[in-house]
Design a protein around this ligand. Structure first.
Ligand code: HEC
Length: 143
């Protein structure tokens, strides 16, 4: 009875557990990758959307905002901003109208002086993102 739990048993639990969770991780990764094509909205990926994405990067929007949870927590989540602001006109009007001071508890976004083309592209990019199947994330319209 003295050898209830041996080193060999501990080793087997360690290796067995490691292999089990490694395989589970690989299976879930595979499952996620096979689901993407149905969920990522790539059929609506136009040149205008790509232009919007480029502007998104060049102007470091992610330095203040999150997009689907990734980014900085200074400014609102924009994954569903297209729906929240009521479509392309809402997005364009908002960006063009900044900076706007005096909103209690809120700092204003700076002015970027985008052309009409650029504004359309940013709106198209945010529309594209809002139509991805993210399993209802963000959980509410406020982001
Ligand atoms: C310096 C930080 C900063 C950067 C960079 C920035 N924003 Fe913002 N943005 C804000 C802040 C702060 C708000 C919310 C305050 C307000 O009403 O202006 C906001 C709000 C918004 C909103 C409205 C969100 C809502 O639900 O009310 C949109 C759309 C938006 N930003 C788009 C962009 C885009 C596109 C870029 C890149 C071109 C960008 N932002 C870059 C700070 C930033």
């Amino acid at each position: 009875m003295s050898q209830a739990f041996t080193k060999a048993m501990a080793r087997n639990i360690f290796y067995g557990g490691s292999v089990f969770f490694m395989l589970l991780f690989l299976a879930l990764t595979f499952d996620t990758h096979t689901a993407w094509p149905q969920r990522d909205n790539h059929e609506n990926l136009t040149e205008q959307v790509a232009h919007g994405k480029r502007l998104w990067e060049e102007n470091n929007c992610i330095g203040c905002h999150t997009l689907l949870g990734e980014g900085a927590y200074f400014a609102p989540e924009l994954g569903n901003a297209f729906k929240r602001l009521g479509g392309a006109d809402g997005i364009k009007g908002f960006i063009a109208s900044r900076p706007k001071d005096g909103i209690p508890g809120r700092r204003s976004m700076p002015q970027f002086n985008f052309s009409e083309d650029d504004l359309n592209a940013i709106a198209a990019f945010l529309k594209y993102v809002s139509e991805m199947n993210t399993a209802s994330w963000p959980p509410n319209i406020q982001g």
